[in-house]
Design a protein around this ligand. Structure first.
Ligand SMILES: NC(=O)c1ccc[n+]([C@@H]2O[C@H](COP(=O)([O-])OP(=O)(O)OC[C@H]3O[C@@H](n4cnc5c(N)ncnc54)[C@H](OP(=O)(O)O)[C@@H]3O)[C@@H](O)[C@H]2O)c1
Length: 319
């Protein structure tokens, strides 16, 4: 039996719990079970498979011990799913959760950008040393294929990446193109639940930057980090009439030597110019194919849970 421990039962944790049980039969995952949940809000829950989300939230079957690190160390689970909140300073507490799980010889799936952008080399090396897998598809474009496309292209060498990696800012820029001000569009995004009350991670470009770093690390371009890349957000930006023949996007641009996130004018004919609203997109330029593009949702409960299913199936198939 493959046993899963979920750490962090917020939007993504709950969405994955639901999707897993919905798709379990279809994916022939009878030998895999969500065995345990560690939640600072709902407690430490063992064998939650028979429970509904509401029953879990009501504290049914919750036992007293709640410290996530202790649970990870003592759990019989062989797959730890880390879904706690992102922390851009040091990646904690997710980094410690992941490090501990790997040290204990457990596979890890995370959707948390902090640990992967800040400690990529350390964590991937640790996973390799312990002979376990560390999967993080959900950190870039949720379940929409992004860096995982490269596995389908053996030998292809990546020359350049351009991307729209943040749905909130793309939504705001798309609305602004209809004639509204930045402030109006931000307020609209907040009222729709698309932007957080503290929208700084999105608006100031850091969310896109973390994703750019993770994507470049997967390719093997290891020099980029938050300290040495150009990061400009869209706070207070205005779209003037002069932009009519072009489209303003918060564009991620990466090659081996340079990485940036900045508002960029794209011509109408540019395929990324037509990526509107909450959609994300990536354009990968390789030596063998030229440009390929993937477009789809980059956030959202089920779209992110899909990324976790993608990672889970890879672990289960190779185990
Ligand atoms: N939502 C999306 O569309 C999306 C898309 C891609 C990636 N992600 C990433 O996935 C992760 C989870 O996202 P989410 O939308 O599920 O966020 P969320 O709803 O805010 O849930 C995060 C959970 O983290 C736990 N948590 C919060 N503060 C903590 C702390 N100081 N120490 C330990 N645990 C803490 C809480 O779970 P407990 O109360 O159960 O402990 C909280 O419910 C984040 O890193 C996010 O950036 C989200």
């Amino acid at each position: 039996l493959n046993k899963i421990l979920i750490v962090g039962f917020g939007n993504v944790g709950q969405a994955f719990f639901e999707l897993f049980h919905e798709k379990r039969k279809l994916l022939r995952l009878e030998d895999t079970a969500i065995y345990e949940i560690s939640s600072t809000t709902y407690g430490h829950i063992k064998n939650p498979s028979q429970l509904t989300i509401d029953q879990i939230k009501a504290g049914k079957l919750s036992v007293e011990r709640q410290d996530a690190m202790e649970t990870i160390r003592e759990s019989e689970a062989d797959i730890v799913c880390e879904f706690t909140q992102v922390n851009i300073k040091d990646g904690e507490p997710a980094s410690s959760h992941i490090r501990t799980a790997l040290e204990c010889g457990k596979n890890v799936i995370t959707t948390n950008k902090g640990p992967m952008a800040l400690h990529y080399e350390e964590l991937t090396e640790l996973a390799m040393k312990r002979g376990v897998q560390l999967k993080f598809k959900g950190t870039v474009m949720a379940g929409t294929p992004s860096f995982n496309l490269l596995k389908l292209l053996p030998g292809a060498e990546v020359q350049k990446i351009r991307g729209i990696f943040n749905g909130t800012t793309n939504f705001i820029l798309s609305e602004m193109a209809k004639g509204k001000s930045f402030g109006e569009c931000l307020a609209l995004a907040q009222s729709m639940g698309i932007a957080e009350a503290d929208s700084s991670m999105d608006i100031d470009g850091f969310d896109s930057a973390l994703k750019a770093i993770i994507f470049s690390k997967v390719i093997g371009w290891s020099k980029h980090n938050l300290g040495n890349m150009e990061i400009k957000g869209i706070r207070g930006i205005s779209i003037t009439d002069g932009h009519c023949s072009s489209v303003l996007k918060l564009l991620v641009s990466i090659d081996k030597e340079e990485a940036s996130v900045k508002p960029t004018l794209l011509s109408q004919g540019d395929p990324l110019a037509s990526v509107d609203g909450l959609l994300n997109a990536v354009e990968i330029t390789t030596d063998t194919l030229g440009k390929i593009i993937s477009i789809g949702p980059g956030a959202g409960r089920t779209a992110t849970a899909q990324a976790v299913m993608t990672d889970l199936m890879e672990i289960v198939r190779t185990n």
